[in-house]
Design a protein around this ligand. Structure first.
Ligand SMILES: Nc1ncnc2c1ncn2[C@@H]1O[C@H](COP(=O)(O)OP(=O)(O)OP(=O)(O)O)[C@@H](O)[C@H]1O
Ligand SMILES: [Mg+2]
Length: 213
């Protein structure tokens, strides 16, 4: 499903990823642990088509996305990928419901029924007309989780999804993510620097000195 072959990525003179090789099966939930600055977000950005490597190939469903044009990469990102971030990245000036609908709108759909279904999945029907600032951190992350899933992407990329939450909310959010990705059979890459968060995954990997092992 996801194959990385010898991925190299530098910023300026610093090589962050020095030859990443990784194969992830469809429906697999993996975690990548590593210290701050080890290249975890860089790796997710490459798999998510938000950036490009200097070397190597990223193969998704048998297609080499590193050879995609910018337009093809944008389409790939919109259709196949759902992102969950540490700081939620909700749009502040639109409601919860409108935030959740955004990936559908970007894909040319205004299917409000699906929007409602996904709000319900994360238990936030009552908050659908609220604005993000009116929600707690945990609630905002639930909005972000339904936004990541609503367009039914094959891949979920989660970058420290509980890094800004208290430990009780953290547990609830991790259990929600695990439950939803399992029931919808998503392929997931979760990055974190916490061992106990990494353990939610079926396979745990580490990134250090630009290499994954
Ligand atoms: N856009 C960028 N321009 C320049 N340097 C960058 C850029 N993005 C990342 N870097 C550098 O690349 C290295 C890896 O960054 P990255 O964000 O991938 O680390 P990370 O493992 O996600 O860290 P954290 O756990 O703190 O989020 C860091 O040294 C960072 O400063
Ligand atoms: Mg990061």
């Amino acid at each position: 499903m996801i194959e990385l072959e010898n991925i190299e990525k530098s910023y300026g003179n610093t090589k962050v990823l020095k030859g990443i090789n990784l194969e992830i099966n469809k429906g697999e939930f993996i975690s990548v642990m590593g210290s701050s600055g080890s290249g975890k977000s860089t790796l997710l950005n490459l798999v998510g088509g938000m950036d490009r490597p200097e070397r190597g190939r990223i193969i998704i469903d048998g297609e080499n996305i590193t050879s995609y044009t910018d337009e093809e990469l944008t389409l790939y990102r919109r259709k196949k990928v759902g992102f969950i971030f540490q700081f939620f990245n909700l749009l502040p000036n639109i409601t919860v419901f409108e935030n959740i609908m955004m990936p559908l709108l970007l894909n040319g759909s205004e299917d409000k029924k699906t929007g409602l279904e996904y709000i319900k999945r994360v238990g936030l029907e009552e908050k659908q007309n609220a604005y993000p600032y009116q929600l707690s951190g945990g609630e905002q992350q639930r909005v972000a989780i339904s936004r990541a899933l609503i367009h039914n992407p094959e891949i979920i990329l989660a970058d420290e999804p509980t890094g800004s939450l208290d430990s009780e909310t953290e547990k609830k959010i991790m259990e929600l993510i695990k439950q939803l990705v399992e029931e919808t059979e998503k392929t997931v890459i979760l990055v974190t620097h916490e061992h106990y968060i990494a353990e939610y995954a079926g396979r745990m990997l580490r990134i250090k000195d630009g290499i994954i092992f």
